[in-house]
Design a protein around this ligand. Structure first.
Ligand code: ATR
Length: 271
């Protein structure tokens, strides 16, 4: 059996083993997929042990996405742009890094939530690693406008410059978000992961628009309930998790699993 794993810290809560084993059953692929806890100061040691021991590919979760990018011998363009990787694959005698988070987000928005990204106005709140991972695929979907708002405005400006070749992006401070109608408001800050409330100017949360939190589970609840109270549609990032896993599976095995059933099952379990 070919061996795959998710590497993180903490990692015992990860849904990735259950998702990938479900994909493997669906497509009749003989794989093993486990969760590996890496020491906070030694991602590379754990990853090396895994690949030296015959591992074929790994997903990488918090807090190791930057370590994973550095660990790999080469990387795709989207991983370079993100500066982070959630995907590693053995290729020849080297390790390739990729980032399937952004494509997973786009798949969830377009296919599961019926969002039309082409011609849309997108507000991304946050300018850390999570934001960096999703900007390029969103720009490739052809939005009319993208604004990145961050508590520290300078970090938003750095990101806007980094992605300038992919499309036009405006960077602002959190308190200076322009008074215009956004179709999609993405919470890419770490507030939900840390159980904090994200404070946004009132005009941002507009009835009819979609609020999306890149995090999933109980942490995302406060942002989503704030958005729903303003009449917005709201979604957490569970669909993004499943879709980034499906894209990872496709890259490793050459077959893309269907996602609707497992996503519905995970949603009913967490309801
Ligand atoms: P991640 O990899 O999860 O993106 P990160 O790189 O540390 O983590 O980035 C965290 C992001 O959440 C940053 O954009 C951060 O804003 P700053 O750049 O100003 O630090 C944002 N963030 C964290 N806590 C926040 C809060 N209470 N309000 C608004 N933004 C917050």
């Amino acid at each position: 059996m070919d061996r795959y794993a998710v590497i993180g810290n903490p990692v015992s809560h990860s849904l990735s083993p259950a998702i990938h084993l479900r994909f493997a059953r669906q497509l009749g692929e003989p794989i093993e997929y486990t969760a590996l806890l890496a020491p906070l100061d030694d991602f590379a040691g754990e990853a090396r042990r895994f690949f030296d021991g015959g591992g074929r590919g790994a997903n990488v979760t918090l807090p190791f996405k930057i370590d994973a990018f550095r660990f790999a011998g080469h990387a795709t363009q989207r991983a370079w742009l993100a500066g982070a990787a959630n995907f590693l694959a053995l290729e020849g005698d080297g390790i390739r890094a990729d980032n399937t988070d952004g494509i997973g987000l786009v798949a969830d928005l377009v296919e599961n939530l019926g969002v039309r990204l082409e011609g849309s106005r997108i507000l991304i709140v946050g300018a850390g690693g999570a934001a960096r991972g999703v900007i390029a695929p969103l720009l490739e979907a052809g939005p009319l406008r993208m604004v990145i708002a961050n508590r520290t405005a300078e970090r938003a400006r750095e990101l806007a410059q980094r992605f300038a070749a992919k499309g036009s992006v405006e960077a602002v401070a959190l308190g200076a978000i322009p008074k215009e109608e956004f179709d999609l408001v993405l919470n890419a800050t770490s507030t939900s992961t840390h159980g904090q409330q994200l404070a946004l100017p009132a005009h941002v949360l507009r009835a009819g628009a979609l609020a999306y939190d890149l995090a999933y589970g109980p942490g995302a609840a406060s942002f989503l309930s704030l958005a729903r109270a303003q009449g917005m549609r709201a979604s957490d990032g569970l669909g993004m998790l499943v879709e980034q896993a499906a894209e990872s599976f496709r890259l490793w095995r050459g077959k893309r699993p269907a996602t609707a059933e497992i996503l519905a099952e995970l949603r009913s379990r967490s309801a």
